[in-house]
Design a protein around this ligand. Structure first.
Ligand code: ADP
Ligand code: MG
Length: 471
């Protein structure tokens, strides 16, 4: 059967439109029956429009019988209201069972499955709250959106998508929302998890026949907070499952919040339908903090340690080009430790002594460049070093060459050698080509700039699982 028939003079029905309609219809259905009934009889259905007919795909006959018997009127009303006119309903039997495909071996291989993680859904870290999140121009929009969402989960801004470079407070804000929701609505079930944990959990579920439990765990919640969604890159099986998780939550008006170090459209290998969904709600970003905000953050963090930092010290630290708050915190921890060990006050002198060498050490290496670029473009370092000539490899390779030249002290021949023994003229050409491209392609220029920032700040987007080495 063709997936889409000619429509009789009506606008063509995109899957997106059908999804949206179904979500509206679901909300109306939901309002008219118990949550349990809805979960049992309507959640498992698929919906599409075809030839002026609403098609409901049911797992077996029992569903259509039951729905016709008990929910016929409600269904007709929900359809009419959502579509603005009456429409016939046809039930269609799902072809085969909706069983899961086995996981992609490449995906399995990319993950360290042993030892089994006992509880992949981490409890919310209580230390991250709105109260100890310092608001400045760099983050006020994201902060406000998070507050709105935690006051009225599922109503506004769904999904909420927060993006920003490493160490700018994504996890902090995400966790703060979770903590706030649980405080306001203690009966709510809010799940926080990293995308890595979600992937692992899914693979375990598929392996050990726990898919239903997996689905219950992520779909029967009031809010799902998924951290570092950029790690969906290249994981088709996880994307497929997350697509359904997303739909289930979205349709029942549950809050979804996602964080990422990239905009949806910049996540390599992200399915279009997921990208679209991520853009349905609100996208906000976190920018590097300005000096004043850095000062306020440092003061707040020091106060948490019971230390009172002088303005002079705060300003000295804030003036460093470092904008990764995690790294700034690291400086602070070290300063406070030294001051405690030696029993001396935190003076500017002490700070210079402690932090000075760390600042000087901050040099970008060729491996950092290749690793960060490879990761960002969803390829391997080995691809960069290889002689493959397909564009998905040659382009990141040239980006890496360009950044290597810009950020390290390595010469052209040295770069060539590190990049898999390539001739120095190849490097020269690559760098030239990038310089030209960056003039023309604004979006790509922005992406490369953000990589440059990440490298300068010594930040990796997040801890990779296992090794991110050559192969
Ligand atoms: P990300 O998830 O974006 O990499 P995190 O949320 O883990 O960053 O933040 C890194 C550290 O910086 C955390 O300890 C967090 O508390 C702190 N931090 C970041 N931004 C702020 C802020 N605006 N106010 C207070 N602490 C912050
Ligand atoms: Mg984080």
């Amino acid at each position: 059967m063709p997936p889409e028939n000619q429509s009789n003079g009506q606008p063509s029905q995109t899957p997106e439109r059908a999804d949206r309609l179904w979500s509206e219809i679901s909300q109306r259905l939901r309002a008219g029956m118990s949550a349990h009934d809805f979960e049992t009889w309507f959640r498992p259905l698929a919906f599409r429009l075809e030839d002026n007919q609403a098609i409901l795909v049911v797992p077996n006959h029992f569903y259509s019988e039951w729905i016709k018997e008990r929910h016929q009127d409600l269904l007709a009303r929900a359809l009419t209201e959502a579509l603005g006119r009456g429409m016939g309903v046809t039930f269609e039997l799902a072809s085969g069972s909706a069983s899961l495909a086995s996981p992609d071996p490449a995906e399995l291989g990319a993950l360290d499955l042993n030892p089994v993680e006992a509880e992949p859904v981490s409890p919310l870290a209580p230390r991250y709250t709105f109260k100890n999140f310092v608001v400045g121009p760099c983050n006020e929009l994201s902060h406000a959106a998070c507050q709105a969402v935690s006051d009225h989960p599922g109503r506004q801004y769904n999904p909420l998508f927060i993006f920003g470079a490493a160490g700018l407070g994504k996890t902090h804000l995400l966790t703060a929302v979770g903590n706030h929701i649980l405080k306001r609505f203690p009966a709510y079930k809010v799940v926080y998890c990293s995308t890595e944990a979600f992937t692992n959990d899914l693979l375990q579920a598929v392996r050990f026949d726990g898919v239903n439990a997996f689905r219950d765990k992520y779909r029967l919640v009031d809010g799902l907070l998924l951290d570092d969604i950029q790690f969906l890159a290249g994981r088709e099986r996880t994307q497929e499952e997350f697509f359904h998780t997303f739909n289930a939550l979205y349709e029942s008006g549950k809050q979804i919040i996602l964080t990422s170090d990239k905009m949806p459209r910049d996540i390599p290998g992200l399915e279009k339908r997921l990208q679209t969904r991520f853009e349905w709600g609100l996208i906000t970003d976190l920018q590097p903090p300005d000096e004043e905000t850095k000062v306020a953050i440092l003061q707040a963090k020091a106060a948490e340690h019971g230390v009172d930092l002088s303005h002079q010290v705060c300003f000295f630290l804030a003036q460093q080009p470092e904008s990764n708050v995690r790294v700034l915190e690291g400086y602070l921890t070290r300063i406070i430790a030294v001051s405690n060990f030696q029993g001396v006050e935190v003076t500017l002198d002490l700070v210079r002594r402690v932090v000075g060498p760390m600042l000087a050490e901050r040099q970008v290496g060729l491996d950092d460049v290749m690793g960060t670029v490879a990761r960002n473009y969803g390829i391997k370092v080995a691809d960069i070093k290889s002689s493959r000539k397909t564009r998905e490899v040659t382009h990141p390779r040239q980006v890496a060459m360009y950044l290597a030249r810009k950020l390290t002290r390595a010469s052209f021949p040295e770069i060539g050698k590190a990049f898999g023994n390539k001739d120095h003229s190849t490097v020269v050409k690559g760098v030239k080509k990038m310089e030209g491209l960056l003039q023309e392609d604004v979006e790509e220029a922005e992406r490369v700039r953000s990589l440059e920032r990440i490298l300068r700040e010594g930040g990796v987007a997040a801890e990779p699982r296992g090794s991110n080495g050559g192969d």
